[in-house]
Design a protein around this ligand. Structure first.
Ligand code: CTP
Ligand code: MG
Length: 382
């Protein structure tokens, strides 16, 4: 089994994208683009993943990769070529047999394409590069005149580009002075045996602002499985002067009893999300016997459940929470509750519903001994 290094270059500034955050850290359907690009390689057996990041981006990187088991990132250079060379030097310590070099800006790469590149290397190629034909007619301005460039025979190169590790490291070192835009160009200069594999139109390079919407559309199309989850929770009224409900502190002539902040609305919602992805219930993740959760704000539980969905590559589509009580009156707080939940779920507020009902004086909620909440969520998974 060959040992494979995966080098992901993410040290660019994303100047064509604009915006305050470098594009590789911007969210693409709920997850940073770089995280998606790295996760695309999660199934490669025996791989060492090395990510190259820009100077001063350590914190952005840590946040983007939270929970993933990765070697520390290293710092890239002023050009992509420099970032790759530095990355190869870091990987050289491990001396892998092959290396796949991939742009963080291509988060949609498929397992099939990655497998195709590895297979070509295993079959004896020095270099394996995904290529695609050009569909548009090409023109260029020459001496003030437009001329058509025949497109037949022209191909577009994508990443990941795969190489025998020692050969591409040597090519990068030997030709560092020559400016190129990808690693295949260096493989050519070094006279390596290059094999083409079929690229994928969907393996787009996210470059300009409009590319984000296209990439999100392609990702959405991969989310074929629709799941629904339900949750229910009850807390008892005790003496006090406020309750927590749907993430808000609401003045009331009683408080709610509980180990955490007793926010029945967020607890029901957390259980609904856990239910949709088959991850047990809130008590399993946050046992009431655990002192860490005494008085804890319940948005932490909800945030954890959202993280589980994202880690599965899924998204939350919508939620509907119903609070069942005589008092406090929910109506005056409804919009603020929706906004709070939307913030925690990272959803547009139009996808969040909060409703309330009484039980006409019947039962424990009718007798004002406590209140109940129920929730439904819809989740999409790959
Ligand atoms: N890259 C890098 N180091 C650099 C420049 C680019 O690691 N000095 C990486 C980018 O982060 C990206 C990949 O190379 O994942 C391809 O580059 P590109 O799409 O051009 O990204 P940016 O250079 O960030 O964007 P721009 O050219 O618009 O500034
Ligand atoms: Mg660039």
């Amino acid at each position: 089994m060959p040992r494979i290094g995966i080098l992901i270059v993410a040290a660019g500034k994303g100047e064509r994208m604009g915006g305050t955050l470098p594009k590789q850290y911007a969210s693409l359907l709920g997850q940073p683009m770089l995280r998606r690009s790295v996760q695309a390689f999660a199934e490669v057996p025996d791989a060492t993943i090395q990510v190259m990041i820009g100077a001063g981006q350590d914190e952005l990187y840590r946040d983007a990769m939270a929970g993933l088991d990765l070697a520390p990132a290293a710092t890239g250079g002023a050009t992509r070529q420099e970032s790759v060379l530095r990355g190869l030097e870091v990987l050289a310590v491990k001396a892998p047999d092959f290396v796949l070099i991939h742009d963080a800006a291509r988060p949609l790469v498929s397992r099939a394409l990655i497998g195709g590149v590895i297979a070509a290397l295993e079959a004896g190629a020095d270099a394996a590069v995904p290529l695609l034909p050009v569909a548009d007619t090409l023109r260029k301005l020459e001496d003030g005149k437009w001329i058509t460039v025949p497109r037949s025979g022209l191909l577009r190169a994508q990443t990941p580009q795969g190489f025998r590790f020692a050969a591409i490291l040597r090519a990068h070192r030997d030709h560092a002075a020559q400016e190129v835009t990808d690693d295949m160009a260096l493989a050519e200069l070094a006279g390596l045996k290059i094999v083409a594999v079929a690229g994928e139109e969907t393996n787009m390079k996210v470059t300009n602002p409009e590319d984000f919407a296209v990439a999100e559309g392609l990702l959405s199309a991969r989310l074929g499985e629709i799941r629904t989850g339900s949750g229910y929770d009850v807390h008892r009224f005790v003496p006090g002067d406020h309750v927590w409900l749907c993430g808000l502190k609401i003045p009331h002539d009683h408080a709610l009893e509980g180990h955490s902040d007793a926010d029945a609305g967020l607890h029901a919602l957390t259980d609904a999300i856990l239910g949709a992805v088959g991850e047990g219930d809130i008590g399993m993740h946050f046992p009431p016997t655990d002192e860490r959760w005494r008085g804890a704000p319940s948005w932490k539980f909800l945030d954890h459940a959202v993280g589980l969905v994202l880690r599965k590559g899924g998204i939350i589509v919508h939620c509907d929470v119903t609070i069942i009580c005589e008092r406090p009156k929910i109506g005056p707080h409804r919009e603020a509750m929706r906004a709070k939940i939307a913030e925690i779920l990272r959803l547009d507020v139009s996808r969040v519903s909060v409703k309330a009902t009484t039980t006409e004086g019947l039962g424990f909620t009718g007798r004002r001994e406590g209140l109940a909440a129920q929730a439904l969520v819809t989740v999409k998974l790959p």
